[in-house]
Ligand binder design. Structure first.
Ligand SMILES: [Mn+2]
Length: 495
């Protein structure tokens, strides 16, 4: 009881006290709603600088000192207030269901930025902001090596792989608020969660806008950096960095947050490789500012990613190429991918999309998984179990189509993409393949070439035959962000 009292009252009060004391004359929050997130970070909105003194005098003792302290205190508050009906609805921030580094770290990063901003905005300091990991807790621990490297090795969240850690994941039902408002990061359509009343009120994303949640999330609250079939930023974490700097004045970003954002932007932009065609000037500007404008000496980074200064000595700052290579190697590690079962590999980075069904009154879905191995190698390695798993996933999800996108790197930034499409509906699959390969008018042209057709004898529970086509994708720059809308368009218009 005393513990609960302390957590529910004293802790928030302390933050309020701290905020009022240190920041009341230094308002640095300009307000999320009052400006376009598409504006560049050199926005001309007048700012009142938050002095470093003010930041450190408060940060020394409260839960906003680092991203790790922040998530720990959020979890403690959630645990201790589980039975208390809040006077203000908690606000959940969550990434997409595939749960890549961008989804998980943009949600954590944006929550922390919002909390930092609220701490100096005395009108709105009572709101509990809860970042939620969008995949099951065990998946993060065991199946996201690049994300756990950033969180534990770089940002100091040491217990990230422990059974009880500081984060809250989507399958930890007891810890999730039953009622909440919601910010979606790295996606813009939340399909809902059984038993939970969550209302989307804000979107921060870089995917094609599916036009959902418009009643509760009007255009002024939709920061969707996607135009003309292209993402305007490679990473949602670039948008998070922009939001921080747009209201921070001269105050520096806590280095524990800076390293999470920096690592994710490097991963998503393929270290700003021009050949990969992902990174944009906004990503470049964010990387520059994170590198130049962070007090790296406050953070102890792993030796293997440290930059070497002019004297040939390792300094406290990260080397962007070393950091990128470390993360990329963790993510694409063949040992890691070869260690997964066929179904784990399919579900590892998986998204499903709603499409109108044949009778056009109901909806069905298409699923798209991303596998970081070569396609032929994957089918050889798993043999029939990969095809059987594909059949099972199609049945479980009641999908019309399952696509597996195989994505590998050769030496340097040599990229290769392949797609395997599978469906029980042979005529529709045939039409789709024609749509994609014969006189195609899709934007962009995926430059697909058929390499193999198979009418698999992986009969599922219903005894039907699974039809499958393997394709080589010549346009190696086109990721799921481009491929998914093309497939959706086919099902909407041409079936
Ligand atoms: Mn993303």
């Amino acid at each position: 009881m005393t513990h609960s009292y302390y957590m529910t009252w004293i802790l928030p009060s302390f933050i309020v006290f701290c905020a009022n004391r240190s920041f009341s004359s230094n308002r640095f929050v300009i307000g999320l709603t009052s400006k376009s997130p598409f504006r560049t970070i050199s926005s001309s909105v007048p700012r009142i600088p938050l002095s470093k003194m003010a930041l450190s005098s408060c940060a020394a003792n409260n839960d906003l000192a680092s991203v790790t302290d922040f998530v720990r205190s959020v979890r403690q508050q959630v645990v201790s207030t589980a039975d208390v009906k809040p006077s203000v609805l908690p606000h959940v921030v969550i990434g997409n269901e595939a749960g890549d580094a961008d989804s998980i770290l943009s949600a954590i990063g944006l929550s922390y930025v919002k909390a930092l901003q609220n701490a100096v905005d005395s009108d709105d300091n009572s709101k509990l902001i809860v970042p939620v990991v969008s995949i099951p807790a065990d998946n993060l621990k065991f199946m996201r090596p690049e994300t756990t490297y950033l969180l534990s090795d770089c940002a100091g969240m040491e217990n990230v792989k422990a059974d009880v850690n500081d984060l809250i994941a989507i399958d930890q039902q007891d810890l999730l608020p039953k009622q909440a408002t919601l910010t979606l990061t790295d996606h813009n359509f939340f399909r809902g969660k059984d038993g939970f009343d969550w209302v989307v009120t804000e979107i921060i994303d870089h995917h094609s806008d599916e036009g959902k949640h418009t009643e509760t999330c009007p255009s002024s609250k939709r920061a969707i950096a996607f135009e003309d079939s292209r993402a305007l930023v490679a990473s949602t974490t670039t948008l998070v960095a922009e939001q921080f700097y747009a209201s921070a004045g001269t105050s520096k970003m806590p280095p524990s947050l800076a390293i999470l954002l920096l690592g994710t932007i490097l991963l998503d932009s393929i270290n700003m490789s021009p050949k990969a065609g992902k990174g944009t000037p906004r990503d470049e500007a964010a990387i520059q500012r994170l590198m130049d404008d962070t007090d790296w000496a406050q953070l102890t980074l792993p030796d293997e990613i440290l930059a070497i200064d002019d004297d040939g000595k390792k300094g406290p700052a990260p080397d962007t190429t070393k950091l990128f290579n470390q993360l990329q190697n963790a993510k694409f590690s063949p040992e890691f991918w070869n260690g997964l079962t066929a179904e784990q590999a399919i579900r590892m980075d998986f998204k499903s999309f709603s499409i109108p069904a044949v009778d056009s009154s109901s909806m069905s879905s298409l699923g798209l998984g991303s596998i970081l191995l070569e396609m032929g190698h994957s089918f050889d390695k798993h043999g029939s179990s990969l095809i059987e798993s594909m059949a099972r996933v199609i049945e479980e999800d009641q999908s019309e189509l399952l696509g597996l996108m195989f994505n590998t790197f050769g030496n340097g930034d040599q990229k290769r993409r392949q797609i395997a499409l599978a469906s029980y509906d042979k005529p529709t699959l045939g039409k789709l393949i024609d749509y994609l390969t014969v006189n195609t008018t899709t934007t962009p042209d995926l430059q697909l070439e058929i390499v193999h057709r198979e009418d698999g004898n992986a009969t599922g529970g219903n005894g039907e035959i699974l039809h499958m086509i393997w394709l080589e994708q010549g346009n190696v720059a086109a990721s799921r962000k481009q491929v998914a809308p093309i497939l959706m368009e086919f099902f909407q218009k041409h079936r």
